[in-house]
Design a binder for this molecule. Sequence first.
Ligand SMILES: C[S@@+](CC[C@H](N)C(=O)[O-])C[C@H]1O[C@@H](n2cnc3c(N)ncnc32)[C@H](O)[C@@H]1O
Length: 238
Amino acid sequence: MARSLARNDPALYDRLADQWWRPRGPFAMLHWLAAARGALVPRAERPGAVLVDLGCGAGLLAPHLEGKGYLHIGADLSLPSLRRAAEHGVQAVRCDVGAVPLVDGCADVVVAGEILEHVPDLPRALAEACRLLRPGGLLVIDTLADTALCRWLAIDLAERLPGPGRHGFHDPALLVDREVLVEECAAHGVRLKLCGIRPSLIDLLAWSLHRRKSVRMVPVPTTAVLFQAWGRKANRPY
Ligand SMILES: C[S@@+](CC[C@H](N)C(=O)[O-])C[C@H]1O[C@@H](n2cnc3c(N)ncnc32)[C@H](O)[C@@H]1O
């Protein structure tokens, strides 16, 4: 019998590495979120532009960057996941997002999709994201808020849904404090805008009935559960 893993153990992703690209598998919602994240990334402004994808998993963002002109570098701890990412054109780097072996200012865009709620040291991961960004570069984030509602919806309820591999992905203690997020990024020169999102309920119903292949994420008036955040790094000293 497989050893049961602690909450938020990155080995959970190693074990499910063959599930990443299944559109109806345990990572289905990550596909929908990757599409919403990709929509926030503009076409590259220069030849040779670099996008660093922190906690890239198996590279689900890759199809949503196609034709935009970036070299897509993905950083993650999970080697089996990174192997899948490499199959989709991602330049894979195995590392902790708190210590990425890339030079300061190397990235035109840094994305941190569904990773910040997994890191034990949020300020360090944010400092690293901002360090990698060139002045004028864009930071794109989506993550889960540190609220009672989010703990109930995204952990208590979501983990009880039927289906494989849903248990233990999140540690409630690591959900993201939005004030800390905004303040830390501002301290590193990135002023963030936040917008709450959720899956479209009509799409979700149609997807459940196998009438849609994917589910669109739609804006909601609260950032208390799932939200996106984005901002550019100041050009001048801050
Ligand atoms: C929820 S998945 C998100 C994957 C991807 N961003 C996506 O949306 O498809 C979280 C990913 O973060 C990785 N991860 C967790 N903690 C990490 C850390 N401290 N440093 C690097 N990667 C980490 C896991 O291995 C996993 O691939």
